[in-house]
Design a protein around this ligand. Structure first.
Ligand code: ADP
Length: 572
């Protein structure tokens, strides 16, 4: 066990290391990728900016060049009119003017700002004047005018009249105009800042360090050895690319992308500085989205699995239920089959018993008749033997009756089964039926020493029925009562029960066991072999009685207690 546990621990540790390595590599790759993409995006942004500024200066210098040609033949006093038109069309110029060949601002618009009458010698405009004159073409200077804190670019265009240098026209563009048009909205203040430096490292524009405008960064903003100075030098040298530096003031690592602005003699570098934290935020947002995606996927899988599992368990339960129902059905049909089988076996047994009973019942009377006849044959005709002859004849008579009854029962049962038992129904009185039945059995009862009597609770019980068949039923019941009663009495009662006549045949005989009560009306059924042997009979009597009564639309039932007696109740 400890060995196994160690292996599991080592495997788990290895797994954690592998997962950690993979996590580290993935993190690095994602980081690099995001950083790379971010750099490219920033570079694109800053290049668009630079292209905008270049296009702006290209267009403006061309227009100034054209203006120079247009006004070259015009007298100086006509020039302001052109300047006004020009300024109106192009709102970017803060001021325009004309410096004559002697270096005096001869005219301009707006008049006050143009410094009309001023000698430019020693000013920045003199540099513009000299360069434009020397090159014979448009020239641009960028400088911080005296007493101001905002950089200005001035475009100068030399003009000639009949190949004679006439002077230089100039147009001022304030850096605020350029920044408004191209720089201010590149990036929001929280996300970073844009700056512009000249090729000499002078700050021309800086959103974050306005105090540096017009000054050189190195020496004013940072030491020569600082990472910022290193970055500025790298930008001046390479002009295009990206680099990092640590901002001493904000204490933040910054990423800088920079690109040149080159137009005519302009050689600026425009840079965009963004805190490195922004990339980290981007990386985290990528992770957040990935984690969100993974969580959603896992949740989806869990919910999906849950639904599938619950569906399966529901199907399973339904299936189990179905199997249970089917099993119960199977059990029930099995029990039914078993019952049917038992019934068949019982029927088979009854059939065998019936055959032996019928043969016995048929043979016994015949034997008695035969013996009685033999006695009669040898009996001399003397008076003394008269009583023996009578006795023999009675035996013959009784046995013929017995056989008659059996054959009658057999015929009746077969008629009942085939539906051929026809009733001859007419208006009769039950009292007559009972009276005749009791009368016919009286002698036999007396012989057995059993009292038989009718107990009528009414003067008449009129019914519509088959008189003979009802007598047959009652005789059968009384016969049974007599057969199964050793001592006591048999009573036949008649009474009205809920408007229906009811006949009850009660005896004080051996009674019928409780579990046999349901079967005694079945054909061929006898309570037990012993009783059958002792008492004789075919097991058909009650079945015939039931058939006849039911055909009358009535019912017959039995109440009995072993040793106390039985009660057969007929309701018509
Ligand atoms: P059986 O010819 O054998 O009498 P029955 O159909 O008339 O045929 O009766 C069926 C069985 O019911 C009898 O064998 C007997 O066991 C039982 N039986 C019928 N009547 C009585 C009774 N009054 N007392 C006790 N047992 C009776």
């Amino acid at each position: 066990m400890p060995y196994k546990r160690n292996i599991i621990l080592v495997a788990a540790a290895l797994l954690i290391i592998v997962v950690a390595c993979l996590g580290y590599i993935t993190n690095k790759e994602v980081n690099d990728l995001v950083r790379d993409q971010f750099n490219k995006q920033q570079q694109l942004l800053i290049r668009q900016c630079a292209a905008g500024i270049e296009g702006f200066f290209d267009e403006k210098t061309f227009l100034i060049w054209k203006l120079g040609i247009d006004v070259s033949d015009k007298p100086t006093e006509d020039m302001p009119k052109h300047f006004i038109d020009f300024s109106r069309q192009l709102e970017c110029f803060s001021c325009m003017g004309f410096i004559n060949s002697s270096g005096i601002i001869a005219t301009g618009h707006p008049y006050s700002q143009a410094g009309v009458g001023t000698n430019i010698s020693g000013t920045d405009l003199s540099r513009l004047f000299d360069c434009a004159k020397e090159k014979g073409n448009v020239y641009i200077i960028t400088y911080l005018p005296k007493g101001r804190d905002d950089i200005r670019s001035t475009i100068g265009m030399p003009i000639y009249s009949n190949n004679t240098f006439k002077g230089v026209i100039f147009a001022n563009i304030e850096m605020t105009t350029i920044s408004e048009w191209f720089l201010d909205d590149v990036v929001s203040k929280e996300d970073g800042y844009v700056y512009v430096i000249s090729e000499s490292g002078q700050c021309l524009y800086d959103e974050a360090h306005k105090e540096m405008i017009g000054k050189k960064y190195i020496g004013n903003f940072c030491d020569n050895n600082s990472s910022f100075a290193y970055m500025i030098n790298e930008q001046i040298e390479k002009k295009d690319g990206s680099c990092y530096y640590f901002d001493e003031y904000t204490k933040e690592q910054q990423i800088v992308v920079y690109t040149p602005v080159e137009c005519r003699n302009i050689d600026w570098i425009i840079g965009l500085s963004v805190p490195e934290e922004k990339i980290e935020k981007l990386v985290y947002s990528v992770y957040e989205k990935q984690i969100l995606f993974i969580v959603v996927v896992i949740l989806g899988i869990i919910i999906g699995c849950g639904i599938i599992v619950s569906m399966f368990s529901k199907w399973n339960k339904e299936l189990e239920m179905e199997v249970k129902i089917k099993t119960v059905d199977l059990r029930r049909s099995n029990i039914e089959l078993e019952t049917a089988n038992t019934k068949l076996k019982q029927l088979d047994r009854l059939k065998s018993e019936f055959i032996s009973m019928v043969s016995h019942e048929l043979r016994t009377p015949l034997t008695s008749i035969k013996l009685s006849l033999d006695v009669l044959k040898i009996l001399p005709g003397s008076k003394k033997d008269e009583s023996t002859r009578d006795e023999m004849l009675q035996i013959i008579d009784r046995n013929i009756d017995r056989q008659n009854r059996l054959i009658g029962d057999l015929l009746d049962i077969s008629r009942l089964e085939t539906g051929n038992l026809k009733l001859n129904c007419k208006a009769i009185d039950l009292l007559d039926v009972i009276e005749e039945s009791v009368d016919s059995m009286k002698k036999a009862a007396e012989e057995k020493g059993i009292r038989i009597y009718a107990d009528m609770q009414g003067d008449s019980f009129p019914v519509k029925a088959d008189y003979d068949r009802l007598v047959q039923v009652l005789v059968n019941l009384i016969n049974n009562a007599l057969k199964f009663t050793r001592e006591g009495e048999i009573s036949i009662q008649a009474q009205m029960m809920n408007g229906h006549p009811q006949i009850t045949v009660s005896d004080t005989g051996i009674g019928i066991p409780h579990d046999e009560l349901d079967h005694i009306f079945d054909k061929f059924y006898q309570v037990d072999m012993g009783s059958r042997r002792e008492f004789g009979g075919s097991g058909l009597g009650l079945a015939v009685c039931k058939g006849i009564i039911e055909q009358h639309g009535g019912s017959i039932r039995v109440e009995s207690e072993v040793g106390k007696g039985s009660k057969f109740i007929i309701l018509l």
